[in-house]
Design a protein around this ligand. Structure first.
Ligand code: R5P
Length: 297
């Protein structure tokens, strides 16, 4: 990384941005945000970034204004003559639209890549992206940071015997397998049937979980319907305890309340998205060191 490097954190990633900057021995660059009366954003960088490497940290969960703020900041740095622009999106939104499922649908994930590229992004770093291989979608280098090492350590410290790792849907199978192999534990999969986005019509556990500590592995908790339905079914089928490891706590609507009253004993997430509601059941792990490592690689 260039000697002159500025780290800027967007409005929703101030905490993780400050952690990353601090771990790299820097403080966050100054910028301020003004808004027009209708809410239109106008970020202004208050550092001289000419010739510098500029790192922007912003998670782009809903509303889309978070993404727009990031794009405007990248454009501002480009206009000011930055040498290189690195975007860190601890959580990169719109990646669930990585396929055209129905005629007339947009390919949201690749559109996000085009927007970042058009604004002037030279490199992107994302933690556990929903799209398995971002690089195939984007025309600039895209690094993927895996939160696996921090979650694995967390599980090690639990010192549980008789665990099983559960993929709540087929997409999560590969990730759950990583844990099952490492801990020499059973791998359990689920068949999830959705009737609409975020709605779970039915979930079927494939495998015996009786008397096992079940650990669900997923990347996103949005409404929480997936985890709550899976946890309920696992308990019904005799699991001794059920917990979940899930990178991005999107937690929209009443997700927090739903999780609190669920069969889940604990929900372990990371700080890619700030928690809207603190609760005893939810533990937050820090992925800033892993992200910093990726910047320096
Ligand atoms: C789906 O493919 C994802 O990995 C998550 O399972 C999903 O986004 C969770 O959504 P929700 O919490 O709304 O069920």
């Amino acid at each position: 990384m260039n000697n002159v490097t500025f780290f800027f954190a967007g409005t929703v990633s101030q905490e993780i941005g400050a952690r990353i900057a601090h771990l790299s021995g820097r403080s966050l660059g100054k910028w301020h945000l003004t808004k027009f009366s209708d809410g239109e954003l106008r970020p202004i960088l208050q550092e001289d970034v000419k010739g510098a490497t500029v790192v922007f940290i912003q998670s782009t969960y809903s509303p889309a204004a978070h993404m727009l703020e990031l794009l405007l900041m990248v454009d501002a740095a480009k206009n000011a003559g930055a040498h290189r622009i690195v975007v860190i999106a601890p959580y990169l939104g719109y990646m669930r639209q990585d396929k055209i499922h129905a005629p007339g649908e947009a390919h949201g994930a690749s559109l996000i890549g085009k927007l970042l590229s058009a604004a002037g992004t030279d490199e992107l770093i994302v933690c556990d992206p929903h799209v398995k291989d971002l690089q195939l979608l984007f025309n600039f280098p895209a690094k993927q940071v895996s939160s696996y090492p921090v979650f694995r350590k967390y599980v090690e410290n639990l010192r549980l015997d008789d665990m099983c790792f559960v993929a709540p849907d087929t997409r999560a199978l590969e990730a759950a397998k990583l844990y099952a192999n490492y801990f020499r534990a059973k791998l359990v999969s689920c068949l999830k049937i959705r009737n609409a986005p975020n709605q779970v019509k039915a979930i079927k556990v494939v495998g015996n979980v009786e008397n096992l500590h079940a650990i669900l592995i997923d990347d996103i908790i949005d409404t929480g319907h997936t985890l709550v339905a899976a946890a309920e079914q696992l308990k019904k089928e005799g699991a001794r305890s059920v917990r979940a490891l899930c990178t991005h706590p999107v937690l929209s609507g009443s997700a927090s309340e739903r999780l609190m009253s669920s069969a889940l004993e604990e929900i372990v997430v990371t700080n890619t998205i700030p928690l809207k509601q603190v609760s005893e059941k939810v533990k937050v792990l820090d992925v800033a060191p892993l992200i910093l490592k990726a910047i320096n690689e």
